[in-house]
Structures are given as C-alpha cells and as structure tokens.
Design a binder for this molecule. Structure first.
Ligand code: PHB
Length: 562
C-alpha cells in the first residue's frame, strides 16, 4: 500500500541540474526512489501522480527497468525485484564492512541475545549496512538501507561529533523543512505532542558522545526502544561506522543497557578494528553484471520503448564492488564497457543526486545507493520472490507449479500457483508430503550429502501410498543417485494415482539446494518423454530465474526459505 502521508523529496529545480546530467537517468532514479519509499510497489497511475511525469514517460521508464530485471510489471502495478539489489550490493561490496564486520556483529548478537546493527553516516542521517536481528515482539526493527535522522539515534550523536558548521547548517535546514521527519520512511513521524529533540539536546548528546566514545538512544525513535552505539575506526583512525546494540525497556533501561553491554561492546569493537586493519587488500573482482544482458541485445529486440541512456546510466553503479571502491572515470567506463563520455555524464548525474561522490579524480558510491530498493527488498522471503516466476511458468505450461522446502523427511509447500484444472485442490501453502514419494522431495534428498541422504531415507519408513510408490530403501537410494546426476526428478502416480510431477532444485550462491520447484499435471496430459522435452526446459529456466534473484538478495541479507 502506498503510504500517502509520506513524502519523497522532489527532484531539484531544473535550473540546479547540471547541463550534462542525463534526463532519463534522473527520471528513472526518481521512479526507483518512489517505489522504494512506497514499500516496493505502486500503480503506474500513482507513479504518474507522484513523479509528475507524463504517462508515456512512466511507461517507457518502467518498461526499460523491467527489461533490465529491476522491476516487474504486474497488471497496473510496478513492483521492485530482487535483481535491483545488485546496485546496493555494489556499494556494500565496495565498502567491505558487511563482509569484514558482519560475522563479528553476528557473534555479538548471539552472545548478548540482543539485536546488533552496523550503521554508516549518510549526510545528516545514519543508514544501516548490516543487521543481526534477534526478533522480538515488542519493538520495530530496521532493515538494511533504512535511513534514520541522526538526532533520533545513538550512532547519529557519534557521527555528528565530526560535523563542521556546514553540516550543522544542512541539518537545521532539513529540520526546518520537515519538522515531523516525514522524509524518513523507516521511523514513526514526530507528533506535535511529542517532545521533539531540540538543537541544544542533540548538541549536548553529540559533545558527550565525542568525549565518552559511546552514545545512547533513550527511546528517541519510539517508546521502549533503547540503543547503545560505539564508533568503529578504520586503519587511519577515523570512524567508518558505528556498532549498536538495541534493546527494549522491558529488558533494559538506557542506563542499565550501557552498564551491562559497554564492556562487551568495547571488546567487540577492538576485534572489529583489528579485522579492518588486518583485512587483506582485495584484488579487484570483476563485476558479473557490468556487461548487462541488454547491452548485447539488438535495438529491435529491446523495442522502441527501451531507454538506453537510463539502462547505460544505471549500469555505471555496478562498476563499483570489492576492490573497486574508488574508480577513475576510465576505470568506470572500462568496467561497464561504456564510452568515457557516456560514463562521465552518468557520473555527473549520480553526483548531482548524491549517489556518487567525486574527490581528487576518484568516484565512490555513497550509502544513498541503498535507497534504491534495499529496505523493502531485503526482507523478501524465497517464496515471495519465487511466486511471480511460478506464475509465469504456470501460464506457460498451463499446469500448477509449486515451491517446497525439505523439513526432516517431508517436503512442505511454501509457494504455489494453481491452474484452474480440478486436481490437487487440497494442496495449499503449508501442505506436507513424505519426501520419498514426491518429485520435489527426491531432488532435495538427492542433493544431501550421502550419509545424510541415507539417514533420512531410512528414517522415512517408506510406505505404499498408491500401487506405484517405490518403497524399497535400496531402490530409492538408486533412484536418488540418478536424480542427483540428472538434476531433475519425475514421479508418476506414486503420491496419488494419475498425478505426474517433474521437479528441479533451486540452489543458493554456494550451490546448496534450498528448495525445489515442480510442475504437476494429470498423467494423461503428457507422456514422460513430453514432460522431458516440453516441461523440463521451462522448469529449469524458472529455477534459474529464482536462483538469480536469490543470489542478488542473498549477497548481504539472509533470505528466509519460508
Ligand atoms: C537499530 O539497529 O535498530 C538501532 C540502532 C541505533 C538506534 C536505534 C535503532 O539508535
């Protein structure tokens, strides 16, 4: 649902825009920002209204972004897709903080049994780059990419200790323009009745934070939420981020949080700073996405509506990554396979909007890049982003498709798109079946390490569910070996008479099977050979699309399997 109370700051007045900025890129970024702020989905009509762009322009922009895989057109709606996270991933890989400090934050959260986060300064706000969340019913938890006003957080007081007069002036201007903080979508707006932290209060917290080396948030965001933050310094001694431990007044007051957690947080910071000092220099990793698929497609294939300057411009952000945190213009152009003049105009556009910083001939992405999709997309689960791919497959093959995970000796359906054919009406999300008798179960069992596979088969105590069910553990073991080699499974009437199902695995970045997708049909609809030639290729293509989404979403976030 679009949040109509909230605002996305308008684009700068046109006389502020540099003459060389790329218009379609400015407009495309505006569309992505508005979709992000609305929670990842908006109708095209709402996009027209909120951007003030012509309908035909919104159509061309959304079609281009859809062709790039950054959004999906879903009836009258545009919805962001996990592939968009490749932009934020490029930023997060370039700063290396999640890779180097994330495991430390995770261990700290385990040890303290409280949520731990990493945040970086983002102008007069703070932006989260990592969350080790311990889910608790009582308080809201933030997402990677969420932007919070500095004055209402613990890390903000630490970062403001380094602000110069211009930064304070910018902060005052923002507060005057948006007193309720409506531009910060992740935090509850300040109400008139609420005691808005005034400048003296924030300045005082900032001075104390600078002196003490830690800062507290005593329910500045919402009643009950308390946090303690410490700065983490890089090898040059300057703070690169803040680590926070977050709790609730049902467990800790701000003062007791400090008393209980400060010593352990100090030790953790020492470990984090060592990790940053001792991190080996990285070899530049070639970006997998730099030469995006559309660059090799012909104009005809892309269609008249494809806005090439928008596509080229966005690709520039993927030039950055591990070992490529700061690049020259030539470096950017080479990484993306773009002409220097094209890369330069895109960089001017990004710099103007604050997505890229230019210093001494080097360009770097800023945390603002996470504002292009990360907050809503980082919480999507595997079934949520599999569903549109399943729907497309169901439409293509005219049969039901599902996604399942393995739990013990059973599979559990986590997403399903059923066709209108009257079969299996009783299968819904949550349904469980014995793994040995289903195609999805077999691909998941087949991918287990040998010992575990044998153990689960034995633990299944196979029974004949129909007269076709294979029940011998030995025969099933041989079947699974074949499934493992062929990377698909087919069953016919073993779970239910007359039901044929074909399944393939869905693998994560490490190659581990995390789920299976299938197509199920009446046995009379296709022969086994037809299933192989007609259904299997489409099924494999669907699994590959889900895997691409999973790879993009799982790079820096933990994607839940259900
Ligand atoms: C959080 O990580 O959720 C967090 C951190 C610092 C705050 C508030 C919340 O001040």
């Amino acid at each position: 649902m679009p949040d109509t109370n909230r605002t996305t700051a308008p684009l700068p007045a046109s006389d502020d825009i540099p003459a060389e900025a790329v218009g379609p890129l400015l407009r495309g970024l505006d569309v992505l920002r508005r979709l992000t702020d609305a929670g990842g989905r908006l109708s095209l009509g709402d996009l027209v209204r909120s951007t003030g762009l012509a309908r035909s322009t919104v159509d061309r922009i959304t079609q281009t972004l859809a062709r790039m895989g950054h959004l999906r057109l879903d009836g009258r709606d545009a919805a962001l897709t996990p592939r968009l996270m490749e932009l934020g991933n490029a930023y997060l890989a370039s700063i290396r903080l999640p890779d180097l400090l994330g495991p430390h934050a995770e261990r700290l959260a385990d040890a303290l049994d409280e949520s731990v986060s990493l945040a970086v300064p983002d102008r007069d706000g703070i932006r989260f780059v990592h969350q080790s969340t311990r889910r608790r019913a009582m308080s809201l938890s933030f997402r990677i990419g969420d932007l919070l006003p500095a004055e209402r957080t613990a890390p903000g007081a630490l970062f403001a200790a380094d602000w110069d007069a211009a930064a304070w002036a910018h902060w005052r201007e923002r507060r005057a323009a948006d007193p309720q903080g409506l531009g910060f979508h992740a935090v509850p707006p300040l109400t008139d009745a609420q005691d808005t932290p005034d400048e003296a209060h924030f300045a005082d917290r900032t001075h104390r934070a600078g002196d003490q080396g830690w800062a507290l948030d005593d329910q500045l965001i919402e009643p009950g939420l308390v946090a303690l933050a410490l700065p983490v310094s890089g090898p040059d001694g300057r703070p690169v981020c803040a680590v926070s431990v977050v709790s609730h007044t049902s467990r800790h007051s701000a003062a007791s949080l400090r008393k209980a957690m400060l010593p352990r947080l100090l030790t953790a910071v020492t470990g984090m700073e060592r990790a940053l000092r001792e991190a080996p220099a990285t070899e530049p990793v070639k970006s997998a996405t730099a030469l995006a698929s559309w660059t090799t497609a012909s104009k005809q294939e892309l269609g008249a509506g494809f806005v090439e300057s928008l596509a080229r411009g966005l690709t520039v952000l993927t030039a950055f990554g591990e070992g490529r945190s700061a690049l020259t213009l030539t470096g950017v152009a080479e990484a993306c396979g773009l002409a220097r003049a094209t890369a330069r105009r895109a960089l001017i556009t990004f710099e103007h909007l604050g997505y890229v910083e230019a210093r001494a001939g080097l360009f770097r992405p800023t945390p603002q890049v996470l504002g292009l999709g990360f907050p809503p997309l980082s919480r999507l689960t595997l079934p949520q982003f599999a569903e549109p791919h399943l729907a497309a497959l169901a439409q293509q093959v005219h049969d039901s498709t599902s996604l399942s995970v393995l739990t013990g000796t059973e599979i559990q359906y986590t997403a399903r798109v059923a066709t209108s054919r009257v079969m299996n009406v009783n299968i819904t999300v949550g349904t469980r079946f014995p793994a040995y008798a289903t195609s999805m179960g077999r691909v998941l069992l087949a991918d287990l390490p040998e010992g575990e596979r044998a153990e689960r088969l034995a633990g299944s105590k196979p029974q004949a569910l129909t007269r076709h069910t294979v029940t011998s553990v030995e025969d099933l073991g041989a079947l699974l070996e074949r499934v493992r080699e062929e990377r698909f499974a087919m069953t016919d009437g073993e779970l239910e008479e007359g039901l044929r199902s074909v399944a393939v695995p869905v693998r994560d970045r490490s190659g581990r099977s995390v789920a299976a997708v299938n197509v199920a049909m009446h046995s009379s609809r296709r022969t086994a050979a037809q299933c192989r030639s007609e259904v299997l290729p489409a099924l494999r293509a669907t699994a590959a699309r889900i895997e691409e989404d999973l790879a993009a979403a799982g790079r820096f976030t933990r994607t839940a399997a259900c």
